[in-house]
Design a protein around this ligand. Structure first.
Ligand SMILES: NC(=O)C1=CN([C@@H]2O[C@H](COP(=O)(O)OP(=O)(O)OC[C@H]3O[C@@H](n4cnc5c(N)ncnc54)[C@H](O)[C@@H]3O)[C@@H](O)[C@H]2O)C=CC1
Ligand SMILES: CC(=O)C(C)=O
Length: 265
């Protein structure tokens, strides 16, 4: 079955920032491929979108597995008939003090965060290339990758995670240069401190070390935010909505910082 709508795939759509992006892009008129490692939350995300009149398909995927990603992206295109946007959002964010980094954690986090970004781009490219720009300036596909403020500046205890987020900015820039002749843009978003299960895990560790509550842990990070509050997933989804829509057609290779003013470039 095909849809008259534009189609966006969001990885890690089962919770947190990915869920907010999926819901927001559905509201903007996209049919959504909700991809997640967790089949239940992916299904719940798709159900929530369908319940509000949108179109969505849930697909279980491990973004670290290249074949898995190709199959999942193909399933969405088979269902909806086209692909316009891929949001490579799924990621892992463990706390890793320098001396505690192991080969296992290094490979695991790079495979998901960096590998998942490569495979998402490749799998989408196959479908983006099916449409040719009719004239100079036409955009036929948009790649949107999750970096972080921790991909702009080194954060304490996040040497592995931060390195993947710096790498994602590099991949985003190279993809922009390589794929512009095909009418494809490539941009990233760099959130700050967003209230999600990932961030709660990071903040809880700091809280536990200090005998404090989760809220106390989160507020330690909020001290670095100029606007004085940590963000909600919807703040980030608004930024991604801009990157997915036509108003960003003349933008590529950029990493938009949406962090309430933590990093000033
Ligand atoms: N929460 C924050 O403060 C910030 C988050 N980010 C980035 O935003 C993105 C989303 O983060 P959150 O929503 O906070 O994370 P989260 O941990 O709350 O949600 C991540 C989602 O990705 C899925 N996922 C994890 N590994 C996967 C895999 N191998 N294959 C498929 N799905 C997988 C999980 O099941 C989950 O639904 C991540 O890339 C993260 O690095 C960036 C800056 C700040
Ligand atoms: C989790 C993350 O991306 C932070 C703390 O910037």
């Amino acid at each position: 079955m095909t849809t008259g709508k534009k189609v966006a795939i969001v990885t890690g759509a089962g919770q947190g920032i990915g869920l907010a992006i999926a819901v927001r892009l559905s509201r903007e008129g996209f049919a959504i491929g909700c991809l997640d490692y967790n089949a239940e939350t992916a299904e719940a995300a798709a159900d929530a979108i369908i319940a509000t009149g949108g179109e969505a398909l849930a697909v279980k995927v491990d973004v670290a597995q290249r074949d898995d990603v190709f199959k999942a992206v193909d399933a969405v295109v088979q269902r909806f008939g086209r692909l316009d946007v891929i949001v490579n959002n799924a990621g892992l964010g463990p706390t890793t003090p320098i001396e505690e980094i192991t080969p296992e954690i290094y490979h695991k986090v790079f495979d998901v965060n960096v590998g998942g970004t490569y495979w998402g781009i490749q799998a989408a490219l196959k479908h983006f290339k099916a449409r040719k720009p009719e004239k100079a300036g036409d955009i036929v596909g948009k790649i949107i990758n999750a970096s972080s403020q921790a991909g702009q500046v080194g954060n304490p205890d996040l040497a592995v995670y931060g390195a993947t987020k710096f790498a994602i900015r590099g991949i985003t820039q190279t993809a922009a240069k390589d794929l512009a002749p095909l009418g494809i843009t490539s941009n990233a978003y760099c959130p700050g401190i967003v209230r999600t299960p990932m961030m709660e895990g990071i903040a809880q560790k700091v809280a536990d070390e200090n005998g404090q509550t989760l809220e106390w842990g989160l507020q330690q990070w909020a001290k670095n935010v100029t606007l004085g509050r940590i963000s909600e997933p919807e703040d980030v989804a608004a930024c991604v909505s801009f990157l997915a829509g036509p108003d960003s057609d003349y933008m590529t290779g950029q990493a938009l910082i949406i962090d309430g003013g933590m990093v000033f470039n």
